[in-house]
Design a protein around this ligand. Structure first.
Ligand code: SF4
Length: 302
């Protein structure tokens, strides 16, 4: 089969997930990033606001996928279709190539290079070019050829079969959710619907009402579908944390509602999220580790 290329513009959560899913389908995926590294802010968010969804775990998944690559420091100049989609980019070359730099810090001895250390990923090295007389000669300071003497903006082209503009997170395909009884069995709803109710834009304002009869349910099952019934097995923690968060919101609304979270694993990242799960347990939310579930009049699991 001819290899197809997907180009994704932006590094939002939606972009990361799209990259992972297209990569799994066998696409060669190129993610375009305006900045020079993937921001650390989501990482910090996972500790300070554990309910926030970030893309950190997806980065590790994507790192293992050989057919997914990132192009940093690029802006789109033009896009046109000529059989395939041709995208012209303005690529600003970094002073030091992160792919070649091994962070030996030898260049720092010259006093002409500064470094921004980062907790995750590559550190950023910046050359003070104004103090450099001969860039070509200066670049030889690096034994690994990582310093770019021909820095600046370069025009580059990529061609794509698919061009994706990273926007909002897209929920799971509705068709696949039928395997969990969605659309077929009364009162099986998606987590987005539940969130809409809490946000006050759904059918009931700030209240949990069962769709079939408008009553408040006495028990709620939250099923984290990832990895079950051949759904995406991308091992991100956000669907799980989403379920924990929803369970807590329901408990805050009515502590008497019995809540079970069904999941293949306790997907968590960092102390913040672990303490969120502990809090959920303290509030009586039960976690059931399962390989699969069957949703009928009752829920069966194994
Ligand atoms: S000398 Fe080269 S490899 Fe070492 S830190 Fe500097 S740029 Fe990186």
């Amino acid at each position: 089969m001819e290899e197809k290329t997907a180009v994704i513009y932006g590094t939002s959560v939606a972009s990361m997930r799209t990259a992972a899913n297209l990569g799994k389908l066998g696409y060669r995926v190129i993610v375009l990033n305006k900045g020079d590294f993937l921001d650390d802010i989501p990482h910090q968010l996972s500790h300070t606001r554990p309910r926030a969804i970030c893309n950190l775990c997806l980065r590790f998944v994507l790192k293992r996928m050989k057919n997914v690559s990132f192009l940093h420091n690029v802006e789109i100049d033009s896009i046109k279709r000529n059989g395939k989609i041709e995208i012209t980019l303005k690529h600003t070359l970094p002073d030091v190539s992160p792919e070649k730099c091994v962070e030996c810090n030898k260049c720092l001895e010259t006093g002409k290079v500064k470094v921004i250390y980062r907790s995750m990923g590559n550190s950023t090295y910046i050359v003070d070019w104004e103090t450099v007389e001969n860039p070509e000669e200066f670049s030889k300071v690096c034994p690994f050829g990582a310093i770019n003497p021909d820095r600046g903006v370069r025009e580059e082209k990529v061609t794509a079969d698919v061009f994706v503009i990273g926007s909002n997170y897209t929920p799971e395909e509705m068709e696949k959710l039928k395997d969990f009884g969605y659309g077929e069995i009364e009162d099986v709803v998606t987590i987005d619907q539940v969130e809409n109710w809490f946000l006050g834009i759904g059918p009931a304002l700030e209240a949990l009402k069962r769709p079939s009869d408008g009553e408040t349910p006495s028990s709620v099952a939250l099923i984290v579908t990832q990895g079950m019934k051949e759904t995406s097995n991308c091992e991100g923690f956000e669907p799980f944390i989403h379920a924990v968060e929803t369970g807590l919101s329901i408990k805050e609304l009515d502590p008497s509602i019995d809540i079970k979270v069904f999941s293949r694993e306790l997907f968590t990242w960092g102390k913040g999220q672990i303490s969120l799960v502990k809090r959920a347990m303290d509030m009586g939310i039960e976690f059931v580790m399962v390989e699969d579930v069957e949703v009928g009049g009752v829920i069966k699991w194994n």
